[in-house]
Design a protein around this ligand. Sequence first.
Ligand SMILES: Cc1ncc(COP(=O)(O)O)c(C=O)c1O
Length: 437
Amino acid sequence: MLETFVSSGSASRSMEDAEPDAIPAGKLGRGVQKDSRQMDYQRIFQDAIDRLHQEGRYRVFIDILRNKGAYPNARCFAGHNGARPITVWCSNDYLAMGQHPDVIAAMEAALHDVGAGSGGTRNIGGNTHYHLDLEAELADLHGKQAALLFTSGYVSNEATLSTLAKLLPGCIIFSDELNHASMIAGIRNSGCEKHIFRHNDLEHLEELLAAAPVDAPKLIAFESVYSMDGDIAPISAICDLADKYNALTYLDEVHAVGMYGPRGGGIAERDGQMHRLTIIEGTLGKAFGVMGGYIAADKVLIDVIRSYAPGFIFTTSLSPVLVAGVLASVRHLKASAVERTAQQDRAGKLKAMLAEVGLPVMPSQSHIVPLLVGMPRGASASRTSCSLNTGSTSSRSITRPCRAAPSACVSRRGRCILTRCWRNCARPCSKSGIVWN
Ligand SMILES: Cc1ncc(COP(=O)(O)O)c(C=O)c1O
């Protein structure tokens, strides 16, 4: 029988109840004689955690093992009676490529051929031939001259944006207000002037561009598919503005690569706009199912990021085993549209099913299925997520969204479970919500 994964509520309770004496003595520990004027580090850290509990934002991570070949089924270790079978509704492995036989075979072959690790930074350990093959494959995917791998999508955004803007004296960045935290971190770390434009608002973007000095270097940073609401950026119109105001463009296609376009090149490929973008960034951990991040651009731009970005230079490169897996995944999705077509079909069915039973699915132009759960003021996202887990499913709350894989949700049974869970938790909405994709 399928069992329930119960999220934050019970787990956070047990954290609150934990014996503080379990913390060893030392600078953070108790039991050390203290001068009352000394900094109480322990208190500060504990207060920070307490604040999260009070605000309902304390995170507890599910303890699971996915069942290879039976996506989206998994075993959950939440209770004390061993693993229980659950259906996972939250995953960014959109196309189950993390379990694809070609990907697994490629990883096994690489492991047996070259061993587990890359041997260090690329400066020290070299490129590993897999890295170069994958970079060539990704450059080709986006119609660019070159590509560069990073250890994650987060790192690629942070490293590229911060480095690029530092290299352009007086650079001004124009950033969509809903950009991902990794882009925000990169922009902040660049130390350059930034202007936030209202989400997907071309008029506001133009107003800001027009107000900037004509001769200042400019960069427009935005995403293609926004993962919270599932809407899509007007890429072509943003490129028109970039042309008009002589700005570079940086597009995060993290939720779109592998998923859109004839070869999985993303929304820019679907819309015939790839050649107009200065830099396209993607992840290898979502639709491609493994791990890593990358940028694709002109040769010189890639060379400059390779040569100057600390987030690229000073970290051990991805394991060749991972890279071999991604290589198989990218090659497969370039040639096969079966997975992305089926996923779109299921996302559409899920939206229809949810609407059919009267659940408030928000309009979405993409595979993302945003369901605004809402909570009474004072309730927490984590407790709402807890209510949604009262079936055979695992869903997670993020402060704003929680997402699930449509492939897990398109059965009638799935709909029944969801409807039952919904009755347990749905309330008139505050702005916070839960999004499933
Ligand atoms: C829009 C966006 N960009 C970048 C990232 C980071 O990608 P990664 O998970 O590969 O670090 C995420 C992760 O969820 C994302 O949603």
